[in-house]
Design a protein around this ligand. Structure first.
Ligand code: FES
Ligand code: FES
Length: 887
């Protein structure tokens, strides 16, 4: 029997509770939250904390056989009950679930998976042969932001079959390029044994907490930390003056303060004013309330119109304009003036929250030789390393950054959020410090998708041939630059769509405001402009009397054609193939919505873009070393498959090292759909070098050898005067079709994608399915409202799609690219969601002829749901307020 005892006071004040946890009787002398107990005291890492508000289901456990969310339960309710977590499954159950989820590719970031497994077990213990609908219902309370639930449901059905049939589970056939390879991390993620940062606990560890700004714009007159400093259990409290090195950080523009100093202005409510570390999480949180801050509140700038107004206060020394991108070819004004048909429309797109399931967490551990090891879950250990060393003012070797598993990112984990604060606290205290954000803090802190206002003009001749596109874009980049400049650039370079247009005039500007920063988010600016351009094409097609499919096919880029940015489309260009692949569907459903998209692979525009891989022959196997971050998208599996393909080595001989600045070479950040192509090509080159040696030697004979290769994706800068500058090393293309049911809900999405060459078929389908659902959310259900610059959403009100809302998704994969780079693979992590919103808008337009120029789309059954839910919540809040005031 385990005896868990909290501190003396708690033990005295709470009654003892006894229940069975995974077949062990436990006695708990605390009336505490079940999730806290399971994670912190019982150290069961399969039970995840994704929200602590009962929304995500990552903490799902069984209580007497029924699925419950542990974060919503007090231990005091468990007397005599039986609590089961993934750790308590039988060996057969562990084997079946990890096999089934791995086999079908249901695991991406994996943060949600143990909770889903427990919901699945609750179902399969009652129903041996569940229907598809029963599976959807069973996991309705589990959010998954990566998979779109499709493969998760397949995995549960496969597990059910395996339980029914018994016997041996067959092993994966191959890990060679093109196979349905099982991810090397699948089992650990299913069973919850693979560590995310917040699962870590080290001896003497302190807990960090951050005091954030009360107002989005205010002068901080004084910060008094004395009461917090003298609070029992608080080890140290730091403010801006404790930053030894650079205080302004940023991925490109250094404008984001580690902490706001006295006398400075806050720029958004995620700004840090003070940080502290204490012996317990509770003490850390309580001590924050003892910090006194005197403010002079100022009127915040909450719109781009206010930011660009004459005489507007300057939020940054150089003013409120972060960046401007201009892209011109031909003479758009002249072509528009002479065109037969012209469509001009204004479009608006909102903030969108990434809602990765794992809130940000970092653990910084001082070493005996005076350096720091920082465990993170971000999108580049080298970017984290650079920010931390700049902040500390130390040489690179003083800091080592190691990545643990990353519970989703989608662009939202590119900037520093917790890494620098944990490092600073550990640096000053000499003790390990872990800092994990709550869900609401996570919402407040990390950058969002840019809201954009777009004026889009498209001109055609009498046959529907597009002769000009003119687009004006104004983006709200929020408080700090983050990646606002490159996002705006991609919005502009893709604004005219994947079409052959000779006259293009694009002008985009991004302005600072006091809203949360906007930055990288899957689609990277292209989501917004694709929605505008594609919606214009629907109107144009209707004007001319063509179908939406016909106008796209007529104008689609082909190999040898010139893209609107001047780049000549290469032989691997397969937009027309994606259109042809959905032709039958369109013919069968003439009122279906259709949309095309293209998206760059790689950073492009002359920016340094190098993939690096080192293969180490070690203990009779090959360790693949690269810092390319896997946030769930599967780059570790991709490089493993590429090495297997080039060498013929079996999976059992191959392993992938976690990103680690001491061990793995810098392969750049996981952004711009670049890793499969750029790091994949570096892996292919290194593996071919190894393969040459393997022709005359065994692995044992090569023990200790290393094979290092890199691939530099060279492109031309935006300023290049070449007539056909190479903007990006590759582009992926797509056509998506949306079919509505009789009520106006999305019944089916057909997604045809030009991926160049499939590396992992499970991975490609998983990206498409997850991306389509994310795109549907952006189009129909998701909102991230702000009130005076303050986010008001909780995870439950974001509008994330649940399993029961997801329509059928059919993936059609086109492989045409003959390039030898990474065997022809193009990155496709982002394009998967880009075409979805305009395809949905097109479907509604086809049905009722109404223009819907803003997102989320209005006058749909989903907007009616959202309005009803809003009203219900408002009523609840009114009731709560009136009860509060009467009591
Ligand atoms: S952590 Fe319990 S539902 Fe999210
Ligand atoms: S795999 Fe479900 S949230 Fe990432």
């Amino acid at each position: 029997m385990f005896q868990f005892t909290l501190n003396q006071t708690a033990a005295q004040s709470s009654k003892v509770v006894q229940f069975t946890l995974n077949d062990e009787v436990v006695t708990v002398s605390a009336n505490k939250n079940l999730l806290e107990f399971l994670r912190e005291d019982a150290r069961l890492t399969s039970v995840k904390n994704g929200c602590a508000e009962g929304t995500c289901g990552s903490c799902t456990v069984l209580i007497d056989g029924r699925a419950w969310r542990a974060c919503k339960l007090s231990v005091s309710k468990l007397e005599g009950k039986k609590v089961t977590t993934v750790e308590g499954l039988s060996e057969r159950e562990k084997e079946v679930y990890s096999w089934a989820f791995g086999e079908v590719g249901a695991v991406q970031c994996g943060f949600c998976i143990p909770g889903i497994v427990m919901s699945a077990k609750a179902l399969l213990d009652r129903t041996a042969s569940p229907t598809d609908a029963e599976v959807k219902d069973a996991i309705e309370n589990n959010l998954c932001r990566c998979t779109g639930y499709v493969k998760v449901e397949q995995a549960i059905l496969l597990a059910a079959k395996a339980f029914r049939n018994g016997g041996t589970l067959f092993a994966e056939a191959s890990v060679r390029v093109g196979a349905r390879a099982v991810r090397p991390d699948a089992k650990e993620k299913v069973l919850g044994t693979g560590e995310f940062v917040d699962d870590m606990k080290v001896a003497g560890m302190l807990y960090g907490a951050v005091l954030r700004a009360k107002y989005p714009r205010a002068v901080v007159k004084k910060i008094d930390i004395s009461a917090a400093q003298s609070c029992a259990g608080v080890e140290l409290v730091l403010t801006a003056k404790d930053v030894p090195g650079e205080r302004l950080l940023g991925l490109i523009v250094h404008d984001w303060p580690v902490m706001i100093a006295e006398g400075e202005e806050t720029r958004y409510v995620g700004d840090a004013l003070a940080i502290l570390a204490a012996t317990t999480k509770e003490t850390a949180r309580q001590a924050l309330e003892l910090i006194r801050v005197e403010y002079d509140e100022l009127t915040p700038i909450l719109t781009t119109a206010a930011a660009m107004a004459e005489g507007a206060p300057r939020l940054h020394p150089k003013g409120n304009l972060l960046s401007q991108t201009i892209m011109k070819r031909g003479d758009a004004d002249k072509a528009i003036a002479g065109a037969k048909h012209v469509v001009t429309q204004h479009y608006s797109t909102p903030h969108q929250e990434h809602a990765f399931l794992e809130p940000e967490s970092a653990l910084a551990v001082p070493t005996e030789c005076g350096s720091l090891t920082v465990y993170t879950g971000g999108q580049s250990v080298y970017d984290d390393h650079q920010g931390i060393t700049e902040m500390l003012g130390v040489k690179g070797e003083k800091v080592r950054v190691i990545s643990k598993y990353v519970g989703g990112g989608f662009g939202g984990k590119e900037d520093l959020s917790v890494q620098h604060h944990a490092a600073l606290l550990a640096w000053h205290s000499g003790r390990p410090v872990k800092l994990t954000l709550s869900r609401l803090e996570s919402f407040a802190v990390h950058p969002k998708r840019h809201p954009m206002e777009m004026e889009c003009t498209t001109a055609c001749d009498e046959n529907g041939k597009i002769v000009a596109a003119k687009v004006r874009i104004v983006a709200d980049t929020g408080a700090y630059a983050s990646l606002g400049g490159p996002v705006l650039q991609r919005a502009c370079t893709h604004a005219a769509g994947p079409y052959q247009i000779e006259n293009v005039d694009i002008d985009g500007r991004a302005f600072y405001t006091n809203n949360p920063p906007s930055g990288a988010f899957r689609g990277f600016g292209v989501m917004q402009t694709c929605f505008a351009m594609e919606s214009n094409l629907n109107l144009m097609a209707a004007k001319i009397g063509m179908s939406p499919w016909e106008i796209r096919f007529l104008n689609a880029i082909e190999p040898g054609g010139v893209l609107s940015n001047g780049q000549i489309a290469d032989e691997g260009t397969a937009l027309k193939e994606t259109l042809l692949a959905v032709k039958d569907v369109i013919e069968a459903h003439p009122d279906a919505g259709v949309s095309c998209a293209f998206k760059n692979s790689g950073k492009g525009v002359g920016v340094l873009d190098i993939g690096r891989v080192k293969l180490k022959v070690e203990n009779g196997g090959v360790v693949i070393c690269t810092s390319a971050a896997c946030m769930g998208q599967g780059i570790a599996t991709v490089v493993l498959q590429i090495v297997a393909e080039a060498t013929g080595l079996p999976k059992s001989a191959l392993s992938v090292h976690a990103p680690d600045t001491m061990v793995t070479p810098d392969s750049g950040t996981s952004t711009a759909s670049r890793q499969t192509l750029v790091t994949g090509e570096a892996a292919r080159r290194a593996a071919e070098a190894l393969n040459e040696d393997l022709s005359g030697h065994s692995l044992t004979e090569l023990e200790g050898r290393e094979y290092y290769r890199e691939y530099d994706a060279i492109t031309d800068p935006m300023t290049s005067d070449k007539p056909n500058r190479m903007s990006h090393i590759a582009y992926a293309y797509a056509t998506q079709v949306v079919i509505l049911d009789s009520e106006g809900r999305v019944k089916k999405v057909v997604a045809a994608h030009d991926v160049g060459k499939v590396i992992n078929l499970n991975g490609v389908e998983g990206q498409i399915e997850g991306g389509v659902v994310m795109g549907l959310g952006y189009a129909l259900t998701e909102e991230f409202p702000l009130e005076n610059g303050v986010p008001t959403a909780s995870l439950s009100t974001l509008g994330l799609m649940r399993s029961t809302q997801v329509p059928e998704i059919e993936c059609i994969i086109i492989e045409k690219n003959q390039s030898e780079l990474a065997y022809g693979a193009k990155g496709m992590g982002e394009i998967v969601c880009v075409a979805t919103p305009p395809a949905v808008a097109c479907a509604y337009f086809q049905r009722d002829g109404k223009r819907r120029n803003s997102l989320p789309l209005q006058e749909t059954p989903y907007s009616a749901d959202a309005a009803a839910l809003k009203e219900f919540r408002a009523q609840k809040e009114r009731l709560r307020q009136s009860e509060k005031s009467s009591s």
